[in-house]
Design a protein around this ligand. Structure first.
Ligand SMILES: NC(=O)c1ccc[n+]([C@@H]2O[C@H](COP(=O)([O-])OP(=O)(O)OC[C@H]3O[C@@H](n4cnc5c(N)ncnc54)[C@H](OP(=O)(O)O)[C@@H]3O)[C@@H](O)[C@H]2O)c1
Length: 334
């Protein structure tokens, strides 16, 4: 019996909280909370002395990777003890933010999120308070486009460059392996200057526009990933409830996705607007209706199914049903 088959809280099954604790324990016992990604050979060291601010979960392996490339690296972290392993591996510690700025011309920041970034970059007496002319700041946090633009304008006002360079890929494992994917927003001259630093941690560095555009691309990817994951969980739940063998379900879903995942199949046509009629929007909508009706009938109504059906219905009512699925890009909420 899988956890999903167990009775629910109201009928004697564990609550979601109990289940969460048990799943975490099982994963930890099985050593499944960690995995390794094959390392990419380190590229040449960046030309400039690099400062690294924020050695948390993903910042630490990024800084390690810069060391592995031979970068002249100075490190700073609010909680000073966290830089000790890097110092043991050859990094110089900075005792203050301003020591970090003195030691480096390119400063990479990898901070927790909007509050931390606002605090570090924009507070009175913060990172940008002194003379930063000629420095390049490479901000790898996910902070949203508006804050990126705000910090970018402040750095520009101080005569410094700024790259909005959020991180995609397999998180800290990709950071350590040097295989992150980084959409970069910034002026071309800054993108060229930061290329060596970004190449140390990423295999794909794509200049996507001005400051702020990196954030847009990052949240666009994470948006679709988050929503698609809810749909996948819905599908797995009702298929298992219907009695399908887990291994068979996995094989068919994974193999089908290899040839027909929405990202692989439809992104180009959603982006370039070249709609075609291969399979139709209406056919997939019909299959979605069948799935929704089935899931409800077996007592596993889905979170995503009704919302998706509503999007297809609107498209069909507007006459998009004769086109293929990428036409969904034209369907908006009210
Ligand atoms: N982890 C991932 O897999 C992953 C993947 C993609 C993108 N990202 C992005 O990468 C960024 C860092 O993530 P993370 O997982 O490394 O976070 P984390 O482990 O929580 O580390 C956060 C870092 O920010 C510092 N910090 C927080 N508030 C601060 C403040 N007010 N002043 C100065 N420093 C402050 C922390 O310092 P202390 O050590 O003193 O707390 C720490 O160095 C986030 O924007 C995240 O969205 C992470």
């Amino acid at each position: 019996m899988t956890d999903m088959d167990r009775p629910t809280a109201s009928d004697g099954r564990p609550s979601l909280e109990e289940l969460a604790a048990r799943l975490y324990e099982q994963a930890a016992d099985a050593g499944a909370l960690d995995f390794e990604e094959p390392a990419v050979p380190p590229p040449p060291a960046p030309d400039e002395p690099v400062g690294f601010y924020g050695v948390g979960d993903i910042g630490l392996p990024m800084a390690r990777r810069l060391l592995a490339c031979g970068a002249r690296l100075t490190v700073f972290n609010r909680t000073a003890a966290k830089v000790e392993p890097l110092v043991a591996e050859g990094a110089r510690p900075a005792r203050t933010e301003h020591e970090l700025l003195e030691a480096a011309t390119t400063i990479v920041t990898c901070l927790q999120g909007p509050d931390a970034d606002r605090q570090v970059y924009l507070r009175e007496g913060g990172l940008l308070a002194g003379d930063v002319a000629g420095k390049l700041f490479v901000n790898t946090s996910t902070i949203g486009p508006d804050l990126a633009v705000e910090i970018g304008s402040r750095t520009a006002a101080g005569g410094a460059g700024y790259l909005d360079a959020p991180l995609l890929g397999h998180g800290r494992y990709a950071a350590l392996a040097g295989s992150l994917v980084i959409p970069v927003g910034g002026a071309p001259v800054d993108v060229a200057r930061g290329a060596g630093v970004l190449a140390a941690v990423a295999t794909v560095v794509e200049h996507v526009g001005a400051v702020g555009a990196g954030q847009v691309v990052k949240i666009a990817f994470n948006f679709q990933f988050a929503v698609a994951s809810v749909a996948l969980a819905d599908a797995v739940r009702f298929a298992l409830r219907a009695g399908v063998q887990p291994a068979s379900l996995e094989r068919v879903l994974v193999e089908s996705a290899r040839v027909s995942s929405p990202i692989r199949t439809y992104t180009r046509r959603m982006v370039d607007g070249q709609h075609q009629r291969r399979s139709t929007f209406a056919t997939l909508a019909k299959d979605l209706d069948v799935a929704n009706a089935f899931a409800e009938a077996i007592g596993e109504p889905t979170i995503t199914g009704r919302a998706a059906a509503e999007a297809y219905r609107r498209g069909i009512d507007a006459g998009l049903g004769r086109l293929d699925v990428p036409a969904l890009v034209h369907v908006r909420p009210d």
